[in-house]
Design a protein around this ligand. Structure first.
Ligand code: SAH
Length: 225
């Protein structure tokens, strides 16, 4: 785990929901929903999710729901963040990690607590700027953000031990497979109107795919905006 120091109360938008207790309640709910990995739970207990949403939505930041980020995008629901990272980290460390679709930076922050090397790309420039501000607030400076089309991965920093997509595609983007290190894992929402979480493992025998929960994510779009 990285030794990032965070001060969850600092710069908060409101009152009660900024407390560790509110976050701990979210963690209890995640446990009830079946999340077991203590590292993931500890990381999510640490990251002040309310700092990543619009001030007007801060009261709802710890509800188990996706929330609007503007630009027709949403911050993923806590359970889905936990579930995806749990699939990636089971029985190993995350290692060098790439997130596609940084949005407001929340999931990047959780990844940043769990890994010393995190790269996150986002196609919408103003969202990326917001992610940058949010991550600065909580002093997770080792997360590198880039304005880019994640369909292409991030060739200059490849290969990655872990790749996580926060936007859905009808098939696995081929560039991402070529950037997944041997032994690496990638998780993504696969599909269009109907989506499932898909885990791809880069094994000696090749890429092995498994499917999990049905989910609903915004689409992975082409190009930058
Ligand atoms: N992980 C984010 C969730 C953001 S929603 C969070 O914690 O807030 C998904 C994000 O994927 C959106 O911000 C959207 O702009 C971005 N996205 C969609 N297609 C993309 C692409 N091709 N490259 C990079 N980002 C993309």
């Amino acid at each position: 785990m990285s030794s990032a120091v965070m001060n969850p109360g600092a710069g908060s938008h409101g009152i009660g929901m900024t407390s560790q207790r509110t976050r701990d309640r979210m963690i209890e709910r995640l446990r009830e929903q079946g999340v077991r990995d203590e590292r993931v739970l500890a990381a999510m207990a640490q990251v002040p999710r309310h700092l990543f949403v619009e001030p007007a939505l801060a009261q709802r930041a710890y509800d188990d729901t996706a929330l609007p980020l503007g630009f027709a995008q949403t911050i993923s629901q806590p359970y889905v963040v936990a579930r995806m990272i749990e699939l990636l980290i089971a029985g190993r460390e995350l290692g060098k990690t790439l997130e596609i679709g940084a949005g407001c930076g929340y999931q990047a922050a959780v990844l940043g607590v769990l890994s010393k090397q995190v790269f996150a790309v986002e196609r919408i420039a103003p969202l990326l700027a917001r992610a940058r501000e949010n991550l600065k607030q909580i002093k997770l400076s080792h997360i590198r953000l880039k304005h880019a089309d994640g369909n292409r991965g991030l060739p200059e920093a490849a290969p990655f031990d872990t790749i996580i997509l926060a936007a859905a595609a009808p098939s696995v983007p081929p560039a991402l497979l070529t950037q997944l290190a041997p032994g690496g894992r990638m998780v993504m929402p696969l599909g269009g109107a109907e989506q499932v979480l898909c885990l791809v493992e880069h094994k000696e025998s090749g890429f092995v795919e498994s499917r999990f929960d049905s989910v609903r994510f915004v689409p992975l779009l082409p190009g930058v905006a």
